[in-house]
Design a protein around this ligand. Sequence first.
Ligand code: GTR
Length: 336
Amino acid sequence: MKKKTLSLLAILLFVGVVLAACGGGDENDADGASDTEESVTLRLAENHPEDYPTTIGDKEFARLVEEKTDGRYNIEVYAGGQLGEESEILEQLQLGTIELARVNAIPLTQFSDQIGVLSMPYLFDDPDEKWEKLNGEVGQELLGTLDGSGLKGLAFYDSGERSFYNSVRPVSTPEDMKGLQIRVQSSDLAIAIVESLGASATPMEYGEVYSALQTGVIDGAENNFPSYYTAGHYEVTPYFTVNGYQGTPEVLLASQSIWDDLSEEDRQAFSEAAMESVEVQRQAWAELTEEAREAVVEAGSELTEVEDISAWRDAVQPVYDRFGEQYADWIEKLTQ
Ligand code: GTR
């Protein structure tokens, strides 16, 4: 089945390149740009809607790549999960059947035993410091830990902080979490965090969470304000605890196989475009975070602000006991 898909894709790609190279014999298109050179179209998978901040970042990346490669690369952004759930996208990137994607860093823990450090609870105190590290050498080094997995990490995007929400009761202390059934992303670390709080963890794909909340299969989930809002979770899960326990970022990725096919100069263009798109993405992030927070309150969500997070920090100590040593060097690099 996979072989068939691959050979079909290879044929389609070949036909596409030939057609682009022929270019209908016209040397200049409508806006006067030369189309004598072939243009390669790459697909970028995105599981959020069209105007979500990560999609805005993806599109800026696409625009910059096109500009920097003089139109030799044309990136089409497929938003709204059209190309599949995150785990499927990652498999397809590894196979090279999808060329680019934006995913969250938590599912990447299965491809790098080090990148999980970014999901350690209450790791970052200061967002500016966090972004200085993620946009700098440490961030690139962490992305480099994906080498050999079939994935090439290009840049980090903002995803703010994740908090818990549920449909059963307001939660202000870790004790209130006891017995709740909480959906998590598929990772041992995510499960360990929820279990350290005395709740039960149910790993599930993002696209399945709304109906699982609605039908009561799970009591709650955890995410940032923009996802809680745009995925509609607020409609069926009114109690949101603002305890920002995890600052895992998003990641812009390329399939290693497409990366290996790029010239040195084009790799440089893709890397620069990725890093330059971060600012636009982060600006959009800040705007939607505020807007989403207001909108869910307006719609009736009850926010429980946690002013003193020390009880929550103490409660997740078992997670540091279990994973702290594995991530010790990275924790130091990211926080000192
Ligand atoms: C969002 C993230 C998505 C997805 C989702 C989830 O914050 O942007 O890519 O990972 O969380 O909880 O599955």
